[in-house]
Design a protein around this ligand. Structure first.
Ligand code: SF4
Ligand code: SF4
Length: 436
């Protein structure tokens, strides 16, 4: 029965697919023919997403109609019959979106009671971000696009579905630390997987076909040394301004390793007081060395050896110190990008705060924080220290729900939802362009 109600939607998608087939746009053909399968996902945000996609489909028909009409007018040919046919197809496509207003379908999709807006927002935000990448950037950045022209659109659709699904999972405060760990690790696997395949010789997996070292310190040191290649610093700054230091809890390909290493111990140990000054000193030294190497005109090979050595020391720190202390020592005491994310992140209005009225000073949240950002003194101050990366793990640990996200005047729950939508959409987008 539901299939019959959905038949106009399926037909609309297939006709659109046929239209793109004529234009040899095979990526969009793939998208149109597979999009109806998303209707098998029994979530209330899915029909809303499909409705908007159908309206976009109707817009494609109108745009095609106008283009053909203009051409025919120019060469003095009749266009009315064509306009009536394409107009009817556009109407049918837009009208099929109304099928979701059917009561039976409503009930079917709403049987699992979950909020619609967050997943729907993450779905469309991912589409918007990646569509910009797909349209503006050349050579293509999306992996599918590099193999089949047009297939980037299909990849965008898959990643948008993924973003909607992850948002739903992470909205559950208690489950969110587990899911954050999973999706962050997945990003690292995809990123390094691409590097590995690229090293095997399939250079379509590598950025511009050249190897770039996967060392976060190079986000700052690389462009200083080379004097060009500012894409990564700009991406880093834009991300950090948007979601604060969450770069270091959701988006960095190496941070995920330190996170896993730190979970080798149940409770984090107290870190020495010199952690913060040492971290700042390392940051200054890395930048100074990059400037000196540039001025001295040393070879790229020599600079690369230094960079690799720096990266390997960091991995050693994770394996030894992070596992022993339960604190992400690579990220909180060594990586020069960490303090930059923390400081620049202050430009973003997102914060974690502790509710003074309900906090009992029990200190349990301290054991959830792997960033050395929530010691007893910070708990008394009712806010994490500068090392906080907005990971959100402490929220799940508090029995009194005293920890909350803050964003301007929003309520804690809304601020957290907004944060998750933004950071998960960025995560999905990073997955799409995770080449090295
Ligand atoms: S501190 Fe460095 S390695 Fe750690 S998450 Fe941030 S950028 Fe990545
Ligand atoms: S204070 Fe909370 S949100 Fe901030 S880094 Fe620690 S656990 Fe994560």
């Amino acid at each position: 029965m539901n299939f019959l109600i959905l038949l106009p939607v399926i037909i609309s998608s297939l006709i659109l697919g046929a239209h793109f087939f004529r234009a040899a746009d095979y990526g969009l053909v793939l998208l149109c023919t597979t999009a109806p399968f998303m209707l098998l996902i029994r979530r209330a945000w899915v029909p809303r997403a499909m409705q908007i996609l159908l309206l976009l489909g109707a817009a494609v028909w109108i745009s095609t109609l106008t283009t053909i009409a203009k051409m025919r007018l120019m060469i003095g040919e009749s266009w009315l019959r064509m306009a009536i046919i394409l107009g009817a197809v556009a109407l049918f496509t837009a009208g099929s979106a109304l099928m979701f207003e059917n009561k039976r379908l409503h009930q079917w999709y709403r049987q699992i009671a979950l909020p619609i807006i967050p997943s729907l927002s993450a779905f469309f935000l991912t589409i918007v971000i990646l569509s910009i990448v797909q349209i503006v950037v050349h050579p293509p950045m999306l992996l599918f696009e590099r193999f089949i022209p047009g297939a980037g659109w299909f990849e965008i659709f898959l990643l948008a579905l993924y973003a909607g699904w992850v948002t739903e999972k992470m909205l559950d405060i208690k489950e969110s630390p587990r899911w954050r760990l999973r999706i962050w690790a997945l990003f690292s696997v995809v990123f390094f997987g691409q590097l590995f395949i690229g090293l095997l010789g399939i250079d379509k997996f590598l950025m511009t076909g050249k190897l770039h070292f996967p060392i976060p310190a190079l986000i700052a040191a690389g462009p200083i040394f080379r004097g060009d290649g500012f894409f990564m610093p700009i991406l880093f700054a834009a991300t950090v301004i948007l979601v604060g230091p969450a770069w270091c809890s959701h988006l960095c390909y190496i941070g995920a390793w330190d996170n896993i290493a730190s979970h080798g111990r149940n409770k984090p140990k107290k870190m020495p007081v010199w952690r913060q000054p040492v971290r700042i000193a390392i940051m200054i030294v890395v930048i100074a060395v990059a400037i000196v190497l540039r001025l001295a005109g040393v070879s790229v090979t020599f600079a690369s050896i230094l960079a690799v050595a720096f990266g390997l020391i960091g991995v050693g720190l994770m394996l030894v110190w992070s596992r022993k202390t339960g604190v992400m020592t690579h990220c909180t005491a060594y990586c020069p990008i960490g303090p930059m994310a923390n400081w620049l992140g202050k430009l973003s209005p997102f914060r974690i705060k502790i509710n003074d009225a309900t906090c009992t000073d029990c200190g349990i949240c301290h054991t959830a924080c792997r960033y050395d950002a929530l010691n007893m003194v910070d708990i008394k101050n009712r806010r994490p220290n500068i090392a906080c990366t907005l990971c959100g793990d402490c929220l799940a640990s508090c029995r009194d729900n005293s920890l909350e996200y803050h964003f301007l005047g929003l309520k804690g729950i809304s601020a957290r939802t907004l944060f998750l939508v933004l950071v998960i959409s960025l995560h999905a987008a990073f997955l799409g362009v995770a080449r090295i």
